[in-house]
Design a protein around this ligand. Structure first.
Ligand code: ARG
Length: 464
């Protein structure tokens, strides 16, 4: 083999890999983005090696100097990534050795790429979780801002997409605040399991050098160390868990997107989105299409897919590290990128939502949305709920034939169905009466929605 064909690990090999195998096995086209974390990990490792007298202080100084220069080269775009050098770890190590000589070759003492890459991903993911948590909270703030203007804006609440009962638009929006609140909590919980140090596990069994893992953990701000070396290098459950959190966030936003799309349809007309989130049609001049929410809904498919990809990647791997794990990166990176962009765009999009309160109110007046209120009224007059249900069903049938709402019927007409109905019935048949009566915690009464918003603001400010 010629000198240029030689891999870092190729001492025992008689022929070089083919160009196709080289391309097939390399991860540098995507793992270069771990460079910053790879360097952080290397610095912490080298400092520990020096403290433990495994390398000299001079070697450490050279490593620090070399890694500083490499950081500058990467940041300024001058660093030359090489496919031949396979991955981010070997690219950086090779350059370090070019810059500082033998000290660079000592950096890998007591370490393997297996614990190195596991550390890099955890550092990357920890930073990503912090960013995503922050962006999710900004989106929650945008939801609050919109909900605050609509604590009393009445709209139909749906079940089975059929008009069910009146709710306020603010209440409807705050349902998404709650979903995202659980998402933020889930991320915080996931972060605890991400934030454990694999370094020290070396290839799989640990190392014979007198290392100090807790020093490395501390200097990288990990909460602790992975307790079993085989587990440390081989499991990616923390990444799977993160992808599950991400899939849930996307799923929540996909549901909201579906609603925005529906509400924006001219047939419904509850809202309009700012032009900057929509596009036109190349053939139909009248069209304004809600592309952004449609894409959020569509991209949820790929994020959910990444979760399944990682689960499948893991399911048949014997202990410990296998090269299969290199395939964890692209799904993970794409999950983070998709989520970060989606959260950013969403917060901005919500600030541009225009609400058509008249259309919402008119829709709430269709479909007998206060029928349950009439049944509850009868129950309060001593009629068993099942009988009340039947009385109201017959009243609805009657009003339907007359093509009017229950509140449009004369008292005498209502009394055909039950003599317990008296003139006070009309206050419960109005949208306002219906809303106001649901005034317990979690209910849709405007006063309760205002309280929920106040609680939400407090929760958000406690997070920062
Ligand atoms: N590029 C590899 C990965 O992403 C690094 C670890 C390689 N380890 C090995 N034993 N070949 O997983």
């Amino acid at each position: 083999m010629t000198e240029t064909d030689k891999k870092t690990w190729s001492g025992r090999f008689n022929e070089p890999v083919t160009a196709l195998v080289e391309r097939y096995t390399a991860s540098i086209p995507f793992d270069y983005r771990l460079a910053e974390y790879d360097i952080q990990g290397s610095l912490a490792h080298a400092r520990m090696l020096a403290t433990q007298n495994i390398i000299t202080q001079d070697d450490l100084a050279a490593i620090e100097r070399g890694l500083k220069q490499i950081t500058d080269e990467i940041q300024s775009g001058r660093f030359e990534w090489s496919l031949q050098l396979e991955d981010v770890h070997l690219n950086i190590e090779k350059r370090l050795t070019q810059l500082i000589g033998d000290a660079g070759k000592r950096l890998h003492t007591g370490r393997s790429r297996n614990d190195q890459v596991a550390t890099d991903i955890r550092l990357y993911l920890r930073a990503s979780i912090d960013e995503i948590s922050h962006l999710t909270r900004s989106l929650q703030q945008a939801i609050i801002d919109l909900a605050e203007n609509h604590t009393a804006t009445v709209m139909p609440g749906f079940t089975h997409l059929q008009v069910a009962q009146p709710v306020t638009f603010g209440h409807h929006l705050m349902a998404y605040f709650e979903m995202l609140k659980r998402d933020v909590k889930r991320l915080a919980d996931c972060r605890k399991r991400v934030n454990q140090l694999p370094l020290g596990a070396a290839a799989l069994a640990g190392t014979s050098y007198p290392i100090d893992r807790s020093q490395v953990a501390q200097s990288l701000s990990f909460d602790g160390i992975c307790e079993n070396s085989l587990d440390a290098v081989s499991d990616r459950d923390f990444a799977i868990e993160f992808c599950a959190c991400a899939a849930l966030i996307m799923t929540h936003l996909s549901r909201l997107s579906e609603e925005l799309i529906l509400w924006m349809s001219p047939a419904v007309g509850f809202i309009s989105l700012a032009d900057r989130f929509c596009t036109g049609s190349s053939i139909m001049p009248q069209k304004k299409n809600p592309d952004v929410p449609e894409l959020v809904r569509g991209k949820t498919g790929r994020v959910n897919g990444h979760l399944i990809a990682l689960l499948t990647l893991m399911k048949a791997q014997p202990l410990a590290y296998n090269k299969d794990n290199q395939e964890d990166k692209e799904p993970l990176f794409d999950t983070v990128n998709t989520l970060v962009d989606t959260l950013r765009i969403y917060a901005d999009m919500l600030t541009g939502v225009q609400v058509n309160a008249d259309a919402m109110r008119n829709a709430a007046l269709q479909g007998f949305s206060t029928a349950t209120d009439l049944a509850d009224y009868l129950v309060k007059k001593g009629i068993p709920f099942r009988d009340a249900h039947e009385i109201v069903a017959r009243s609805v049938q009657y009003a339907e034939q007359k093509t009017c709402d229950l509140s449009d019927l004369e008292l005498s007409e209502l009394q055909q169905f039950s003599s317990s109905i008296t003139s006070d019935v009309f206050s419960v048949l109005t949208l306002q009466g219906s809303l106001n009566s649901r005034d317990h915690p979690g209910g849709t009464a405007p006063a309760e929605v205002s309280k929920a918003i106040a609680n939400a603001k407090k929760w958000l400010s406690d997070q920062s």
